[in-house]
Ligand binder design. Structure first.
Ligand code: ADP
Length: 672
């Protein structure tokens, strides 16, 4: 709140100061203009104030328009009064000037010249045409009327001299007013050259004052080199200041009857003012044009230099390996990062062939394959190259390059970006080695499981058959306790034998069963159901399915898959008769098969666990089993390139989902 009030106060103060300054400068400018007119026997020679108000209106914020115009009006009326004019005449002349400035202001806005483009010739052409040629016509039409009515002066003569003086005022003073008010160009380029500006101002003033004072029109020619010098050294700011200064000096001399024009004998003052106007126009317009062109060139040169500097900086300092190759295949430039990475100095690489820094294999590939493609297509992307550092170390890289045809000489260069992927390559190699190692140890484990379970079969069979013999042949001679022990021993051996068989099957899933057979899922389910007949009869289970697909895989393995899942669906029943339904749906590249039962369901906490080896959720007394069935299922599904998961809640049945590829898939690593 306080800050707002504070800044509002500061704003008002600024506006008052601005209006006061506008008034002050306008008063001085108007006094000069009226003074010269009086000196020249009421023939207007040069009228500076309008250029000032127009530049103020075009640069200051719109809300200051009214106050600045009023300050200007007050100043011009005051100046008129101070020269002895009556108030009505002063007001009338001031209104004529304001009408002129408003015409100029409106036209510049209407034709889009209000936005300052001080370094644009087109802008200067437009604004001077409007303000120096057209608008003074409006002022002259009213002003000549006021003077005619007030003093009885001939209308046409006054109109012409009003028009010419105002037009000259615009040409001579608007550039300086515009440059000073437009911050970005305010004495730009003149910084630190104060001594030179003073020297130049003195010199141009001196030339005008002394030489023209000697009545020598030719000496005006000396003005041109000085103005040119100013334009080159100080561009628009200096040129505009010099033009204004010389304009003031020349006019002053002429109307005072001095100088090259003022001293011409037997010449009417009207004629002298006309000659003055020719001279003013001759040196001011070319000077402004040259200064604007120089200003513009300077801007372009600076912009080019800046973009060149930025490009250099980016090229040299970005943390990327960059190089450019000339049409002869030799390195023209490399980034600092390139040198740092490769361990060379710039002198050691510039002019050498880029291929010299590649290893033999990359060199060969570049010559035979990559470069022909590059010239054909104009670019390459992510080509793997191996660079050799100065110390002999290798860097694996990805290179992308484009051809860049120079607009200057038409020659083609290539610009390349090189990314170091050595770390990635090392990681890839490590990963590949780890995978290989894992696969090997997995194979070893499977081999071990296979051998162990295979070799365990025989001793287990012996334990089983001898406990059976013991039970059958010696039952009568043993007491109840001994018979119970024998029962436990036999039961344990039977279970162990089942586990060993399952384990054996599990260990053989990867090796056995061709995957390229066509498996009719309907047939596989039928076969599984046939294996489960007694369990189905016992539990009064109902198995339904329809429209099952045929897909690639191993028939025996898919059959065992369904045997396990349907078997579980029947085994993990509650008090209702089991109902199992199987359905399939095509999903993109896969068949999605679901097996739904109405059994005891599975707590979601265990959904992942149950697919692990030997993972069971129940006691042997509640449900028999080895805990290998679903592990086998997962191995079979994954080997076929699919997935298996379960969806279930405790007490609400279970839904097993399997996805299996619909078409034979290329095994990974075999990319044809
Ligand atoms: P198991 O030989 O014990 O049946 P599995 O690997 O086939 O071994 O199953 C692992 C566990 O998953 C089972 O012990 C059981 O708790 C649970 N399970 C499997 N299928 C079902 C099902 N359809 N309903 C409820 N629980 C199931």
């Amino acid at each position: 709140m306080q800050e707002g009030a504070h800044s509002a106060k500061a704003g008002i103060r600024n506006r008052i100061v601005a209006a006061f300054l506008v008034g002050l400068v306008s008063f001085a400018a108007a006094s000069l203009g009226i003074g010269w007119t009086r000196e020249a026997g009421n023939i207007a020679s040069l009228w500076p104030p309008n250029a000032i108000l127009l530049a103020v209106l075009l640069t200051r914020p719109p809300e200051e328009r009214l106050q600045n115009t009023l300050a200007f009006a007050a100043a011009v009326i005051l100046a008129n009064l101070s020269f002895g004019d009556s108030l009505p005449i002063g007001v009338g002349l001031t209104l004529a000037n304001i009408a002129e400035i408003m015409t100029a202001y409106w036209l510049t806005r209407h034709y889009g010249f209000h936005a300052f483009r001080l370094d644009g010739l087109k802008w200067w052409g437009g604004i001077l045409l409007i303000c120096a040629v057209v608008a003074p016509g409006a002022g002259a039409t009213i002003g000549a009327g006021v003077i005619h009515a007030g003093f009885g002066a001939p209308y046409l003569l006054v109109w012409t001299s009003w028009w010419a003086a105002d037009a000259m005022g615009m040409v001579i003073f608007f550039p300086l007013a515009a440059v000073l008010l437009k911050e970005s160009l305010q004495l730009r380029g003149a910084g630190g050259k104060l001594a030179e500006i003073l020297l130049v101002a003195a010199l141009s003033g001196g030339i005008v004052w002394f030489l023209f004072g000697q009545y020598d029109l030719y000496s005006l020619l000396l003005l041109f080199p000085v103005l040119l010098w100013i334009s080159i050294r100080m561009r628009l700011a200096g040129a505009a200041a010099a033009v204004a200064l010389c304009g003031i000096a020349l006019t002053w001399l002429t109307v005072s009857g001095l100088g090259p024009i003022g001293q011409i004998p037997d010449m009417s003052i009207t004629q002298k003012v006309q000659d003055l106007h020719y001279v003013l126009l001759t040196f001011s317009l070319p000077t402004i044009v040259i200064a604007v062109v120089l200003e513009r060139n300077h801007g372009l040169v600076q912009a080019t230099a800046e973009s060149e500097r930025r490009f250099r900086h980016l090229y040299n300092e970005s943390p990327v390996m960059l190089h450019s190759i000339g049409p002869d295949g030799r390195l023209v430039s490399v980034s600092q990062y390139w040198l740092d990475k490769m361990g060379y100095t710039r002198d050691e690489v510039i002019g050498r062939r880029s291929s010299e820094f590649l290893d033999e294999e990359s060199q060969k590939r570049a010559a035979e394959e990559v470069m022909p493609r590059f010239f054909r297509e104009g670019s390459i992307r992510d080509v793997e190259y191996r660079f050799i550092k100065k110390n002999g170390e290798q860097i694996d890289t990805l290179m992308s390059a484009i051809q860049d045809r120079s607009a200057a000489d038409g020659q083609s260069r290539s610009l390349a970006v090189i990314v170091d992927i050595t770390d990635r390559k090392i990681a890839e190699r490590k990963l590949a080695a780890t995978i290989e190692e894992l696969e090997r140890s997995n194979r070893d484990l499977e081999q071990f499981a296979f051998l162990a379970s295979h070799d365990l079969q025989e001793p287990l069979r012996m334990v089983k058959s001898f406990t059976e013999l013991l039970r059958d042949d010696y039952s009568a001679e043993l007491d109840d306790k001994a018979r119970e022990y024998i029962y436990f021993a036999h039961d344990g051996a039977t279970r162990m034998s089942q586990m060993v068989q399952d384990l054996l099957y599990y260990s053989r899933v990867t090796q056995e069963g061709q995957l390229d057979g066509a498996v009719d899922i309907g047939v596989a389910v039928n076969a599984a159901v046939a294996e489960l007949t007694s369990a189905i009869d016992e539990t009064n289970a109902m198995i339904t399915y329809s429209d099952l697909p045929t897909l690639p895989g191993s028939s025996p393995q898919i059959t065992s898959l369904f045997q396990n899942i349907i078997g579980n669906a029947i085994k993990y029943k509650n008090d209702k008769d089991p109902i199992v339904s199987i359905s399939a749906e095509r999903e993109g590249r896969f068949w999605h098969i679901t097996v739904t039962d109405n059994g005891i369901g599975i707590d979601p906490r265990h959904h992942d666990r149950i697919f692990g080896l030997f993972k069971r959720l129940h006691q042997r007394d509640d449900f028999s089993g080895t805990g290998i069935g679903l592990a086998i299922c997962r191995k079979v599904v994954e080997r076929h390139g699919g997935e298996i998961w379960v969806e279930s809640e405790l007490g609400n049945g279970a839904k097993f989902h399997l996805t299996l590829p619909a078409e034979l898939e290329e095994s990974p690593g075999d990319d044809g």
